[in-house]
Design a protein around this ligand. Structure first.
Ligand code: HEM
Length: 407
């Protein structure tokens, strides 16, 4: 039967996660780890849906890893599970496959290397302190809205060379891109039009007046001896702004939500000096346990995964967060172990597309946790009349409101 995106109830509430999963279902944001756990326990190797055409969802580390490493059968040209006839745009390196991928990735490696990110620690620390100073005298706060959401925008805006005063514009793009566009082609086209216009104007400004930022780097870049097309330049910048914001915002928020409910872990951290390895272990465990990012692939040649035949044209969600809680891969997989010593998690992906911003993301999470927990060692969740924690669903999952009492 031909796919019909207007069929009634195509996006109604999910009742069967094994045969009709949907990452945009209201339950996903709040409960995705439980959903994966229940599916694994039921013996399901991969969940399936026809809400976006045919799309699969693996549940085990081994399967996620197999797909992420197999660029012959699985292409990155579409990295979000979306309607089969949805418009796709190039956003290298994430949307490129071998052999082109390598050169696109190489272009972006230097600005995200460890030395360049180390230079951002102190400014990021000072920025976090300024946000905390803004809460002076308050007993109540929202750890997502007053803190987590601002840090990644502040850092990536400066790196790319866009004004931080456009933060609301960028957060609106992120919301529409991950939560509306996958099931609405017109919304996706409109968003793409706005992002393209914004970055074409920025690239024109930098061509006339170069600066030391990523917009200037991308505007003047060559790949394999040829200049990038304007379309590719815009694609790079769209990727950097989208990948740089809600991923890290979700990671910081998830950690703050977790520590708000675990006083004994919070107190251990508050008592540790900033160079104590406990901080790094805690940050890595937040990434494992609350990994915010899932990405998609499109099947380009028929093959078999976990005993399921997958066909050319099918989509697959790469559930790195589900892989991170697979008991076949991790001891005490379903438990948050603050001082987990060996932690080879897949939060930043597996294979050639492994996160290029991982040094930056780790630095932001670490500094954000250190500053918040030292300032508010007794903060705790304060859900009730003032509201509850709300979660973004879709391919980047994390808390968007976290009501807390600061002392
Ligand atoms: C906690 C925060 C973050 C998480 C969990 C995360 C996760 C991921 C994952 C899972 C991938 C692999 C995608 C795939 O296989 O298709 C990826 C790729 C990527 N990430 Fe991140 N990311 C984070 C922060 C960032 C930041 C701050 C940036 C900076 C702009 C960034 C830039 C990128 C880029 C450019 C790629 C594509 C790399 C390639 O295709 O070679 N990420 N990220």
């Amino acid at each position: 039967m031909a796919y019909d995106s207007t069929a009634p109830n195509r996006h109604g509430p999910v009742r069967d996660w094994a045969a009709d999963w949907d990452g945009l279902d209201d339950d996903w944001g709040r409960r995705a780890p439980e959903i994966w756990q229940d599916l694994r326990a039921s013996g399901c190797p991969m969940a399936f849906t026809e809400r976006y055409g045919r799309a699969w969802m693996p549940l085990h580390h081994e399967t996620v890893s197999q797909i992420a490493h197999d660029t012959e059968h699985f292409s990155s040209f579409r990295v979000s599970v979306s309607l089969p006839d949805s418009p796709v745009r190039k956003a290298p390196p994430i949307t490129s496959d071998p052999p082109e991928h390598h050169a696109h990735r190489r272009l972006l490696l230097p600005p995200f290397n460890a030395a360049r990110i180390a230079a951002l620690v102190q400014p990021t620390r000072e920025y976090c302190r300024s946000l905390i100073a803004g809460l002076d005298g308050r007993d109540l706060a929202d750890a997502a809205k007053d803190y987590a959401q601002h840090i990644p925008v502040h850092v990536i805006a400066e790196m790319i060379g866009v004004p931080e005063s456009d933060a609301e514009v960028f957060r609106d793009w992120v919301h529409r891109n991950f939560q509306e566009a996958p099931r609405d082609n017109a919304a996706k086209l409109q968003l793409q039009k706005e992002m393209v216009a914004y970055f074409e104007a920025l690239l024109a400004e930098r061509a006339a007046d170069p600066r030391d930022d990523l917009a200037t780097l991308v505007g003047g870049a060559e790949v394999d001896g040829a200049p990038l097309s304007l379309d590719e330049q815009v694609g790079y910048l769209i990727l950097l702004i989208l990948a740089g914001i809600d991923t890290t915002w979700s990671g910081i928020g998830s950690g703050l939500w977790h520590f708000a409910q675990h006083p004994e872990q919070r107190r251990r951290l508050a008592a540790a000096s900033f160079d104590d390895p406990l901080w790094i272990m805690a940050m890595e465990e937040v990434l494992r346990f609350y990994a915010p990012v899932t990405m998609a692939r499109q099947v380009v040649a028929d093959t078999e995964v976990a005993g399921c035949p997958v066909h050319k044209g099918d989509q697959v969600l790469l559930t790195f967060p589900a892989a991170n809680r697979d008991p076949a891969e991790f001891d005490r997989a379903g438990e948050f172990v603050l001082d987990r010593a060996v932690n080879r998690h897949a939060a930043f992906g597996l294979g050639i597309h492994r996160c290029l911003g991982s040094n930056l993301a780790r630095m932001e999470l670490l500094v954000a946790f250190q500053e918040w927990i030292s300032a508010f060692p007794d903060y705790h969740l304060d859900e009730g009349d003032r509201g509850v924690t709300t979660w973004a669903n879709g391919q980047v999952r994390g808390p968007r409101a976290i009501p807390v009492r600061l002392r």
